[in-house]
Design a protein around this ligand. Structure first.
Ligand code: GSH
Length: 246
């Protein structure tokens, strides 16, 4: 059987979800690092139906998207399960997972907004990645890629400011799922793997880490994703963080 191949972008949070789930299932895979934006063409050339990572070639099948990958992994290797067997519990995990799939956009939008201001911290997110060019050079010449990614992801001041204004409610919701036992149990489920990398990406920003790390969701993220590369010094105007501070 051919080895599984996982296409990722370094620092991508849903790609990290897929990596963690493959590891959890004990399925070996080859990781293929792609440059953002250029990734779209590579995935098309590889005949994936969509243009985003994570994208997985497994047993001759192409599976794309963190939620789709979670389901496929449970089919091909049921143990340990990523979804609870109890139907009611499963519905709750699926709800949290689907919400997390949407929530991904907030840390993504913030990241590109921040990198548009200063690309230098991007290098730290590519730790251990093999992009085919030196990371320093990729960052140095990456202005057009960052500008395009920021545009594709709607990383405008208005959008990012609105995201930050509602972030506290988002974190409360995630903490609520932990309190209700939907996530945060001893055996991580698909919603843990979906949400924790997004929290970890938020925590990589010095602006946001203080408001996240000591919360239950911050603790959970550190446990589920013990290592997540990247660090970005403060970049957001102080007043944009007011609702987190309140
Ligand atoms: N919700 C999807 C979203 C995947 C997604 O948008 N991935 C981003 C990276 S985090 C991507 O591939 N972007 C294309 C690009 O940056 O060019 C999932 O979980 O798989």
């Amino acid at each position: 059987m051919a080895e599984a191949k996982l296409y990722v972008i370094p620092g991508s949070h849903p790609a990290r979800s897929a990596m963690l789930m493959l590891d959890r299932k004990g399925i070996p895979y080859k990781r293929i690092d792609l440059m953002p934006v250029i990734s779209k063409g590579v995935l098309k050339a590889q005949r994936f139906p969509g243009i985003t990572v994570p994208a997985l070639k497994l047993h001759g099948k192409r599976v794309q998207g963190s939620m789709e990958i979670a389901r496929e992994l449970d089919v091909i290797k049921p143990e340990p399960p990523l979804f609870p067997a109890d139907p009611e519990k499963r519905v709750k995990v699926e709800e949290a997972e689907a919400w997390g799939d949407e929530f991904q956009q907030k840390p993504r939008r913030f990241s590109w907004w921040a990198f548009k201001r200063d690309r230098a911290p991007m290098a730290s997110y590519s730790e251990g990645a093999r992009l085919g060019v030196p990371i320093g050079l990729a960052v140095k010449t990456g202005g057009p890629i960052v500008a395009l990614a920021a545009r594709f992801n709607g990383s405008t001041d208005e959008a990012v400011r609105a995201d930050l204004a509602s972030l506290r409610d988002d974190l409360d919701r995630i903490d609520g799922w932990i309190a209700d036992g939907v996530i945060g149990g001893p055996e991580p489920n698909a919603a843990d793997y979906q949400l924790a990398p997004s929290i970890r990406l938020l925590m990589s920003f010095d602006d946001l880490r203080p408001f996240v790390e000591s919360r239950p969701c911050g603790e959970l993220a550190k446990r589920v994703v013990p290592d997540f590369p990247g660090r970005t010094p403060p970049v957001a105007p102080a007043e944009w963080l007011a609702s987190l501070r309140a």
